[in-house]
Design a protein around this ligand. Sequence first.
Ligand SMILES: Cc1cc2nc3c(=O)[nH]c(=O)nc-3n(C[C@H](O)[C@H](O)[C@H](O)COP(=O)(O)OP(=O)(O)OC[C@H]3O[C@@H](n4cnc5c(N)ncnc54)[C@H](O)[C@@H]3O)c2cc1C
Length: 333
Amino acid sequence: MSLHAPTIEQRLRQSLGDALRLAEPLRHHTTFRIGGPAEYFIAPESPEDMARAMQAAHALGLPVHLVGGGSNLLVSDAGLAGLTVVNRCAAIEFDGRAAHVGGGADYLGFIEVCRDRELAGLAYAAGIPGSVGGAVYGNAGCYGQDIGSRLIEGVIATLDGASVTTQPRSWFEFGYRDSRLKREPHALLSCVIELEPGQRSAIQGEIDEKLEIRRVKHPQWRFEPTAGSYFKNLPPGFQVPGLPHSPGTHRIPAGALLDACECRGLRVGDAMVFPKHANILVNAGHATARDVLALAEIMKARVRERFGVELEEEVMFLGERPDLSAVLGQTVA
Ligand SMILES: Cc1cc2nc3c(=O)[nH]c(=O)nc-3n(C[C@H](O)[C@H](O)[C@H](O)COP(=O)(O)OP(=O)(O)OC[C@H]3O[C@@H](n4cnc5c(N)ncnc54)[C@H](O)[C@@H]3O)c2cc1C
């Protein structure tokens, strides 16, 4: 019999077994390829395992960090304390036009499974990386459409894993790149998405078209690591001081302001503004989170000085913020 009390690792392992990993590099789980180690890490494939992992962390007083495809995240170089849970619950079932999909399902993979069933409605989103759960969290979308408008209901768990409930669309309070999940953290275990009948070939045609547009305009995130648009677009009808009034419902792209401030190609360390899109930052080698944060600060300052507008980050930062003063002193333009 051991005279010592079991360590946190031993107690976690009692609940989670060999699936538990220590010091897992989070750069392997983000499309930016940036992020230090997760103190404790697990990638559950069923909602039951996911709830068990969150319960075990809660019982030990450990914070829980949820990650899907890691495509909208900037993770601290120092990594994350507590338990990082990468959602791999990816089951997909159909009930007529309704798809029951796990929060960890790959979004493009899900769109393709719907295509095979001749179910349309999501092909516009082909090329948005990440998971269905991450898409619901941030109400991901493009071309004026978003995933929230097709969600019928979602199964959510509190982050202590204690309570699992099914909530209708209204609960999620979807807005532009926004949902209630941002304000009241829950894990989306699965959801029901409403689709409509379509023709396989037409759906495939739209998927191909959207992927091609992204291939030309955006970085290929598998080879040019990025987290997509870094800043949110401005609200519809927002009057940018110094720019002509643009009435209507379209959002003013943050990229337009960043272009006016000549941000393309700006660089701090290996963090760089994508040459073809001023609102996209790429990891051009071995960028650190600190490089990216410093570059973003420089971009925000340019827009603030020129237009008096404060850009808001769309990419979410996880972990402890580093001190940027040293990096901000040596910008490379
Ligand atoms: C090249 C590129 C292009 C992009 N284009 C678009 C675009 O056109 N439109 C758009 O909206 N976004 C776009 N994005 C951003 C990103 O792909 C989306 O926001 C995506 O939906 C994030 O999903 P994810 O699974 O990767 O989430 P992650 O990055 O893993 O996580 C983002 C947030 O969601 C939370 N989360 C993840 N899974 C769950 C879950 N199951 N339950 C609760 N919370 C969860 C996490 O805790 C985190 O706070 C793009 C990104 C890239 C790299």
